[in-house]
Write a new protein. Structure first.
Length: 100
């Protein structure tokens, strides 16, 4: 029988520590600003700040925006449909965490 050595290291996901403006987020994924505004109002993305000029997005918003963009472009889903699919994906993720 072999002995397994397990080493646990603490890591920090830099993506979660990043803050981006609306312009930076749009530029980073090639998204039109109008879509970003609609996605915020539909609840797909949740920035901090009171107006589009003040919005700040965390790094988790980048991956979420990429996923929403793929749904919108590849599957040709409209904004309310993207919001519904994202909610369902969030629910699936939550249920998987509860099972694990």
């Amino acid at each position: 029988m072999t002995e397994n050595n397990i080493q646990i290291e603490q890591v920090s996901i830099v993506e979660n520590e990043v803050q981006m403006t609306a312009v930076e987020l749009c530029h980073s994924i090639g998204l039109e600003h109008e879509y970003l505004i609609a996605w915020v109002y539909e609840g797909i993305l949740s920035p901090t700040g009171n107006s589009p000029e003040d919005w700040q997005f965390g790094g988790d918003s980048l991956s979420r925006a990429k996923k929403a963009l793929r749904l919108s472009r590849c599957l040709e889903i409209n904004t309310p449909g993207v919001a519904m699919v994202m909610d369902l994906l969030d629910e699936i993720s939550l249920l998987r965490k509860q099972i694990a």
